[in-house]
Ligand binder design. Structure first.
Ligand code: NZQ
Ligand code: ZN
Length: 391
C-alpha cells in the first residue's frame, strides 16, 4: 500500500542543446551580485565558463568567483565559500559543474547566514534551516547525482573522517537547472561511467525496500532498463546525443524525490560508499560500484521476491525451470557482468582501501533500517572484505 505523502518539486528545468539560452531570463529574477561557483577548471577548458560569463556580463551582473570546488567538497571549502558570499552580499549562487559543485552551492546557500557552525547544525544534527537562504541555480556538466533537482548536499569532513549528506527541503532545491547533454561529452570515461553507476545505485537504493506492489517500482524498472540500454551505447560512443540525453534525464528522475514517495528506501550502499569516500576521497560512483555486489549478495535471501522480480523485469532472466534463488542469483550475475563490461571498479582495493582501514570505514558507516536486512558492524566488515579481495 502506498504510504501518505506530499509531493512538490520546485526546481524549474531547462533541458536540451539550447537550454543555456534561458539563463538570462532566470537571471533577471535576482539581484546584481552573483557568486559563480565551479570546480577545478573543466569548464574553462571546454568553453562553458566563457559562455556563462558572457551571459552574466550582458545581464549586468557583478560576478564573484568561487572556483576550485573539489570532488567530494570539504568543510574547509564550505567555510571559504561562505566568507566569499558574505563579502559579496550575493543575491544568487550560480553553480556550474557536477554534483560536487551543485551540492556545495546548496551548502553555502544555507550556511552564509547561519549563526552556528553549519557542520554541527546541518550535517551532524540534521536540523532544518531557520535562517536566510541564498537562491541557487545550476548548470550541470556531469550526470549522476540528481543534485540538479533535489535538496541533497554531501560534505566531507576529513578531520573527523566523515562524509555526510543532508537532504534539505523544498526551500533549498535549486530554483532552476540547465541541462544540456552536450556539456557532458567532455567528461573523462572514468567519471562518465561512475556517474552511470551512481544513477543505477540511486534507483536500487529506493527499489530494494518494502514488499508492496508499488507504482514507483514499475517506474524504477523502466528507468533502469533505459539506463542499461543507453549506457552501453554511450560507453562505445560518448557523443551519441540520444543516449547521453536519455541518461541525463534518467539521472534526474532517479533522485528528484518522486520514486521514493509512498515507500520505504534502503540507502546502505551509499552509507558504506560514503565511508569509503571519507577514507580515500575516491570518486563517488566507484565507491558504490565496489561495494554493491557484496552487499546485494548478503541481503538477497532477506528480500528474495524483490530480487527475483528484479532479475526477471530488469535483466530479462527467464524464470522457467528455476528456483527463486537461482533466478535472483542470475539477475545479480547479469548485473555484475554489465558492471564489469562498462568498466566499473569492483574492488575497494582499487580505490586505495587497505586492510587496516576496514574497522574505521565500518565505524564511519551510518546504519539505516529501511533495507531487507538491518546490517551490523560484522556485516559491513564482511562486505568490505569481499570487495577488497575481489579480482
Ligand atoms: O572540477 P572540474 O574540473 O569541473 O572536474 C570535474 C571533477 O573532477 C569533472 N567534470 C565535471 N563535468 C565535466 C568534468 N570534466 C570534464 N568535462 C565535464 N563536462 O568530473 C569530476 C567529478 O565531478 P563531481 O562533481 O565531483 O562528480 P559528481 O557529479 O559525481 O558529484 C559527486 C558528489 O555528489 C555527491 C557525492 O557524494 C559527491 O560528493 N552526491 C550528491 C547527491 C545529491 N545531491 O543528492 C547524491 C549522490 O548520491 C552523491 O552522494
Ligand atoms: Zn549517489
Amino acid at each position: 500500500m502506498l504510504g501518505n505523502f506530499i509531493y512538490s518539486n520546485p526546481t524549474k528545468l531547462y533541458f536540451g542543446e539550447n537550454s543555456l539560452d534561458y539563463l538570462s531570463s532566470e537571471l533577471a529574477m535576482y539581484g546584481k551580485n552573483v557568486l559563480l561557483v565551479y570546480g577545478g577548471g573543466s569548464i574553462k577548458k571546454n568553453g562553458i565558463y566563457d559562455k556563462v560569463v558572457e551571459i552574466l556580463s550582458a545581464c549586468g551582473k557583478e560576478i564573484f568567483e568561487d572556483a576550485g570546488v573539489m570532488p567530494n567538497p570539504t568543510l574547509e571549502k564550505l567555510y571559504e565559500g561562505c566568507e566569499r558570499a558574505r563579502k559579496g552580499k550575493v543575491d544568487l549562487i550560480l553553480a556550474v559543474g557536477g554534483g560536487s559543485v551543485c551540492d556545495y552551492a546548496k551548502a553555502v546557500s544555507v550556511s552564509v547566514y547561519c549563526k552556528e557552525d553549519p557542520w554541527d547544525k546541518y550535517f551532524l544534527r540534521m536540523e532544518d534551516v531557520d535562517n536566510k537562504i541564498i537562491p541557487v541555480g545550476c548548470i550541470l556538466t556531469m550526470v549522476g547525482t540528481g543534485s540538479e533537482m533535489n535538496g541533497g548536499s554531501v560534505i566531507t569532513n576529513h578531520a573527523s573522517k566523515l562524509k555526510i549528506g543532508h537532504v534539505f527541503g523544498d526551500n533549498v532545491f535549486p530554483k532552476f537547472s540547465i541541462l544540456n547533454p552536450v556539456y557532458t561529452y567532455t567528461l573523462p570515461k572514468y567519471q562518465m561511467i561512475a556517474g552511470f553507476f551512481d544513477i543505477m545505485s540511486h534507483i536500487l537504493e529506493q527499489y530494494f525496500s518494502g514488499t508492496d506492489d508499488n507504482t514507483s517500482d514499475y517506474i524504477m524498472e523502466g528507468l533502469l532498463k533505459s539506463l542499461i540500454h543507453s549506457s552501453e551505447i554511450a560507453v562505445n560512443n560518448p557523443t551519441d546525443y540520444e543516449a547521453r540525453s536519455n541518461i541525463m534525464w534518467t539521472a534526474t528522475w532517479a533522485l528528484n524525490t518522486l520514486v521514493a514517495k509512498g515507500k520505504t528506501t534502503d540507502w546502505m550502499v551509499h552509507m558504506i560508499g560514503q565511508a569509503v569516500g571519507a577514507y580515500t576521497d575516491a570518486t563517488h560512483g566507484m565507491t558504490l560500484s565496489a561495494v554493491s555486489i557484496p552487499y546485494y549478495k548478503l541481503i538477497m535471501p532477506y528480500g528474495l521476491q524483490k530480487f527475483k522480480r528484479y532479475a526477471i523485469n530488469v535483466w530479462d532472466v527467464s524464470p522457467s525451470g528455476k528456483t527463486d534463488e537461482e533466478i535472483a542469483e542470475e539477475g545479480l550475475a547479469r548485473m555484475e557482468a554489465y558492471m564489469k563490461k562498462i568498466g566499473l571498479v569492483m574492488s575497494v582495493r582499487e580505490l586505495g582501501v587497505t586492510e587496516d582501514m576496514l574497522d574505521g570505514i565500518a565505524d564511519s558507516s551510518f546504519i539505516l533500517k529501511g533495507g531487507y536486512k538491518v546490517l551490523d558492524r560484522d556485516d559491513i566488515i564482511s562486505i568490505l572484505k569481499e570487495s577488497i579481495t575481489c579480482e
